[in-house]
Design a protein. Sequence first.
Length: 274
Amino acid sequence: MSIYNKKSKIDLHIHTKHSDGTDSPEKVLDLAWSNELQYISITDHESMNAYKNIIEMNKYNISIIPGVELHTFYKGHEIHLLAYGLDHANADIEKYLEKLRLERTGIAFETVERLRKSGVSITWEEVLKKTRHNSAITKAHVISALREKNIFDRKMYFTFFNTEGSSYLPYTGNPFETALDIIHSHKAKPVLAHPGLIFNDIIVEDLVKKYRIGLEVFYNYYGKNQEEWIKKYKTMANNYDILYTGGSDYHGHITPSEIGGVYVPEIVIEKLLL
Ligand SMILES: [Zn+2]
Ligand SMILES: [Zn+2]
């Protein structure tokens, strides 16, 4: 059951196999239908390939708002930026997303090299086995390959995968402002994803104030902060009079969230579709 004990009809943050989720777009639609959702957005990382055959797949008459989640870089922080309303078939968008996927794959490759140099027994081929479709290969896939070999541990996580780790490689290829320009030039709507996970409200407020982007207010934060954070960011969005959205950040069976697992009020859709 979602927070506030109300059933959500909306989920605007869902991942599929086209990035690091485990379900196909068809499965996502089946789940959305069985959870009685009316509006969804599939927001894969650096990919809108889930949208290629979505119209034929949507037997349920669920309203699908096109979306994507971009890794961007701003003042030393990794900022996840959602964009709603891009045209997946636009050649410039396809090219842009393809470039980002290749760059992110490059970072994962380099991370594997670093792991190997420090004596970890992992090969790029083993990581490749963890990927599907034409998605970016990311550190999540590297971790998954390490887990399968039972050699993933805390120390490795904090050295190679945590943003503070000594061998952590940040992805800096997509500056925040570049991403924003592209989203705006295609008349789509940018929304800062899970602001609580930036763990820095000065940056969050800075971005909102300076760029007037939307805020993902309703989010499946783990632990006891959830209600407090939702309230905090809702107040921030109201104060700056900006768009706000929400979603589960569903990734399939690898994470505990469910499709529609966060209550998102209907006013979000009214504002988003304005
Ligand atoms: Zn994210
Ligand atoms: Zn996400």
